[in-house]
Design a binder for this molecule. Structure first.
Ligand code: LLP
Length: 427
C-alpha cells in the first residue's frame, strides 16, 4: 500500500529511497498486502453472493513467479496457466495441480502431455485438433481429462482492439453464432478419454463496465441450455474469464471487484431460474486486477534533455525492456518523482527508456515534478503485464522483483546478471 512521508513515496511503510539503495534501480516493487486484499475481495464475493459455489482463478500471465502462486493458493484461488512454462512454475511452487486450469489457443502435444501427467484440474480446449490430440494423450495415460471449451460469445467489450478477444474474428476458441461451439461439444461427447464439464469465455481486458460481463453470462447460459436440450449434456461449470479494469490514471474508475461479482452472480441466478437450469459452479479469471495496482517500478533519472519548443526527454535506466506496454498499446500510466511528491507537477515531459529504439517510451507528455539526474522516478500500477512481458532486448538484464509487507522487503525474483544473459550461448 502506498503512502507519503515528507514528500517521499513509501510502499508498505518502506521509503522507496531505501528500496532503491538496497536493491538498485530499475526494480519492480509489489505490495503483498495489496495483492492479498484484492484476493479477499474476489474470494469474499463468492462466499457472500454465490454461496461459495465457485472459485476465482488468478490469470498468471499477468505476473508469473513462484511466490505469486504461493500467495494466491493461500488466498483460496485456483490459477489459469497458458503455457508449459507457467504450468511448470506453478507446480514448482507447490500449487495443487487440481486447481490449475490450462488455457492456450495452440497447446503443443508436449504441453498437453505435461498437463495430463500432472493431473491439472481442467484443460480449456480451444479447437478440434486439440480435442482429438488430448483425447489420444489421455487415452495413452489411461485417464479421462475433464475439459471446458473456449467459446467466443461475440461480445464487444469496448476496449482496445489489441486486447479484445471475445468477437468472432479472434484466434481464440470456437464461435457460437456459426455453430462451431455446438459442434465441438457434440464431437467431444462421443470421445472416451475426455469429459465435457464446462464452457469458458473471455471477453477482453481492462473493462470498466459490468454490462458486458453480465451479457456474457447470459449468452453462455443460454448456450448451456441449448446444449442440455439438444445433446442431453448438462454443463456444470461456467468460466467467465477475466478482464476487470484497473486504475492506471486518475480518469479510470473501476468498480470494486466484489461489485462486478455481485452483479454477475445476480444475472446467473436470474437466468438459471428462468430456464430452470441448475446453478453452475462459477469461475472468473482476473489477472491484471489482482496484481497491477500492487506494483510500482522505480527508475533512476539519467538525463533531462530539453529540446526547446519540441519536448523534454527524461531518460531513465529502464524502459520498454521492463515495460513494453506504452510501445505496444500506448497504455497510459501515472508517474512521479518519488522524493518530490509535495512539489508542483509543472513540467511536461516524455519519459524515455534506454533501448536503441525511438519508440522506447514509458509515457509521452506527462506532468512531472522538476526532474533532475539522480532522482528516483516511480511509475505506478506496473504489477501486471510488465515483468511477465519484459525482454532482454539489447541484452539488458531483467530487473528484480521486490515484495513488501508490513515494513519489510524481500526479493522474490533476483536481478538478472550478465552471466544469466549468456547462459544459453554456446561459448
Ligand atoms: N483469462 C483469459 C482466457 C485471458 O485470455 C486473459 C487475458 C485473462 C483471463 C486475464 O485478463 P485480465 O484480468 O488480466 O485482464 N498483455 C496485455 C493483456 C493481454 C490479456 C490477454 N488475456 C496487456 O498488457 O494489457
Amino acid at each position: 500500500m502506498l503512502s507519503e512521508n515528507n514528500g517521499v513515496l513509501h510502499i508498505d511503510g518502506i521509503s522507496v529511497e531505501k528500496i532503491a539503495e538496497d536493491y538498485g534501480t530499475p526494480c519492480y516493487v509489489m505490495s503483498e498486502d495489496h495483492i492479498r486484499s484484492v484476493c479477499k475481495l474476489y474470494k469474499g464475493a463468492f462466499d457472500k453472493f454465490y454461496e461459495g459455489k465457485g472459485m476465482p482463478l488468478y490469470a498468471s500471465k499477468a505476473f508469473s513467479a513462484c511466490e505469486i502462486y504461493r500467495i494466491v493458493n493461500e488466498e483460496g484461488f485456483g490459477v489459469d496457466v497458458v503455457s508449459g512454462g507457467e504450468l511448470y512454475t506453478a507446480l514448482k511452487a507447490g500449487f495443487p495441480a487440481s486447481k490449475i486450469y490450462f488455457h492456450g489457443n495452440n497447446k503443443t502435444s508436449d504441453e498437453l502431455k505435461m498437463a495430463v501427467e500432472c493431473g491439472v484440474g481442467r484443460i480449456v480446449v480451444d479447437n478440434k485438433e486439440e480435442l482429438h490430440m488430448l483425447n489420444k494423450i489421455a487415452g495413452k495415460h489411461g485417464k479421462v481429462a475433464e475439459i471446458s471449451f473456449r467459446i467466443k460469445p461475440g461480445i464487444d467489450a469496448h476496449t482496445h482492439d489489441f486486447i479484445k478477444t471475445g468477437q468472432i474474428d479472434s484466434k481464440f476458441g470456437v464461435a457460437l453464432e456459426n455453430g462451431e461451439a455446438f459442434d465441438i461439444i457434440q464431437e467431444a461427447s462421443a470421445l472416451n478419454n475426455v469429459k465435457v464439464v464446462g464452457i469458458h469465455c473471455h471477453i477482453g481486458s481492462q473493462i470498466f463496465d459490468s454490462d458486458p460481463f453480465e451479457l456474457a453470462a447470459e449468452v453462455m447460459l443460454n448456450f448451456a441450455n441449448e446444449v442440455r436440450s439438444k445433446l442431453g449434456i448438462t454443463i456444470t461449470e461456467l468460466n467467465l474469464g477475466g478482464g476487470f479494469g484497473i486504475k492506471y490514471i486518475a480518469e479510470h474508475n473501476p468498480k470494486a471487484y466484489d461489485e462486478y461479482m455481485r452483479l454477475v452472480f445476480a444475472k446467473v441466478k436470474a437466468v438459471c431460474e428462468e430456464k430452470d437450469f441448475p446453478l453452475p459452479f462459477i469461475l472468473v479469471e482476473p489477472g491484471r486486477s489482482v496484481v497491477a495496482e500492487s506494483g510500482i517500478t522505480l527508475y533512476t533519472v539519467g538525463s533531462v534533455k530539453e529540446i526547446k519548443d519540441v519536448r523534454t526527454y527524461v531518460s531513465v535506466d529502464g524502459g520498454m525492456n521492463d515495460n513494453p506496454r506504452y510501445a505496444l498499446y500506448k497504455a497510459p500510466y501515472s508517474a512521479d518523482i518519488a522524493t518530490k511528491l509535495g512539489q508542483p507537477k509543472d513540467k511536461i515531459v516524455t519519459i524515455a527508456g534506454r533501448a536503441c529504439e525511438s519508440g522506447d517510451l514509458i509515457q509521452e507528455d506527462i506532468a512531472l515534478q522538476d526532474p533532475k539526474a539522480g532522482d528516483i522516478l516511480v511509475v505506478y500500477a506496473t504489477g501486471a503485464y510488465n515483468y511477465s512481458m519484459a525482454s532482454n532486448y539489447n541484452r539488458v538484464p531483467r530487473p528484480p522483483v521486490i515484495m513488501t509487507n508490513n515494513g519489510k522487503a524481500r526479493v522474490i525474483i533476483k536481478r538478472e546478471t550478465y552471466e544469466d544473459i549468456i547462459k544459453n550461448d554456446v561459448l
